[in-house]
Design a protein around this ligand. Structure first.
Ligand SMILES: *Cc1c(COP(=O)(O)O)cnc(C)c1O
Length: 350
């Protein structure tokens, strides 16, 4: 007999992007981290952490952080649930809501690969609905799939497109089950689905400090939904899922919205330049609302370019899967990093 449940034996497991050792001289454009440092206010709090705090258990609900979210986003603090990264919240949602053939997980493709991993782990049946070439949301097919949980990443990764609020509203109104709008990249986008949360009881918005707030290492994400929806999720999460250090540092970062917005503006300007430079080299580039672009090289030689760039100390993301294996997902770095990338591409392509 195996040590593991059948579902675990059969699943692949999520494979994160490579993380070279800190200090390695590498330009890292593969996991959509923010190129700018975290808020100075957050770093100041980190420096002042008193060892004595750590003797005690942390606040199980990270209430100071919920309060900061409430003030920043104008939502009641009781509508906020904090997670150890938004990945933990995705996990909690699947464990609370999905199971077997009758409580399916539904999402459009291509999208964040973790959704499938979580479904395989549960296990819960999955319905993957392909996006059309123009990335219009396939609402009818998603509704027909009858998910207990439907995941929509907006802006989506790896395509970078944002799903219009009106489409998300129509989907949420017509479908059964809950609609999870994963807004990991919303800080770089022009719009958000947040207004839907007060309109509709079955909508949950996920946000993270990993991308917009430059705090991927802190592991902090949050959900916003009506308390009737959060109540089931609170039963499932670990009691002390957010440590005391993350709560203090994350609260300071959330209060410093001006800093976050200023960094996001710089990334958006660099995204415009990077998109234009790649197009000049013959790449096809989708307009992106995230801090990354999905780019198809002139001859579709994505895998060899990925390897050539890696040999020159530049990491980008290559997905060896149908529909994506002729493309590269490139995180927007600083202008200097992006320029180094472009120069490397010029030399490799010539
Ligand atoms: C990065 C990312 C996340 C994970 O964020 P964490 O808060 O670091 O766990 C979730 N969803 C999508 C689509 C992402 O790209």
């Amino acid at each position: 007999m195996s040590y593991f449940r059948t579902a675990v034996d059969q699943m692949t497991g999520y494979i994160p992007g490579e993380q070279p050792k800190p200090g390695t001289p590498i330009i890292k454009l593969n996991t959509n981290e923010n190129p700018y440092p975290p808020s100075p206010e957050a770093i100041a709090v980190l420096r002042q952490i008193d060892g004595e705090w750590l003797r005690r258990y942390p606040d199980p609900f990270a209430k100071s952080f919920c309060q900061a979210v409430s003030e920043a986003l104008q939502v009641p603090a009781e509508w906020v649930m904090v997670g150890n990264g938004s990945d933990e919240l995705l996990n909690v949602i699947v464990r609370a809501c999905a199971e077997g053939q009758d409580r399916k997980i539904v999402y459009p493709m291509p999208t964040y690969v973790l959704y499938r991993t979580l479904a395989e782990m549960q296990p819960a049946a999955v319905v993957e609905v392909p996006y059309p070439a123009d990335y219009a949301l396939p609402i009818d097919a998603l509704v027909a799939a009858q998910g207990a949980v439907t995941f929509i990443a907006s802006p989506n990764s790896p395509s970078g497109h944002a799903v219009p609020l009106a489409d998300l509203r129509t989907l949420a109104q017509q479908m059964t089950g809950i609609l999870v709008v994963d807004e990991a990249y919303v800080d770089f986008a022009d719009s958000s689905a947040l207004p839907l949360v007060s309109e509709l009881e079955n909508v949950i918005i996920l946000r993270t400090l990993s991308k917009g707030y430059s705090l991927a290492g802190l592991r902090m994400g949050f959900a916003i939904a009506q308390p009737s929806l959060l109540s089931g999720l609170f039963k499932i999460k670990d009691s002390y899922n957010i440590d005391a250090i993350a709560t203090a540092v994350g609260t300071a970062a959330m209060r410093d919205q001006d800093y976050k917005t200023a960094c996001a503006e710089k990334v958006k300007q660099s995204r415009t330049r990077l998109t234009a430079d790649l197009k000049n080299l013959g790449f096809t580039v989708l307009d992106s609302q995230g801090n990354f672009v999905l780019a198809t090289p002139p001859q579709g030689q994505a895998e060899s370019l990925y390897l050539d760039l890696k040999a020159r100390g530049i990491l980008v993301r290559y997905f060896k899967q149908p529909g994506l294996d002729d493309k590269l997902r490139i995180t927007v770095g600083t202008d200097a990093q992006n320029q180094t990338l472009i120069e490397a591409l010029i030399s490799v392509l010539s």
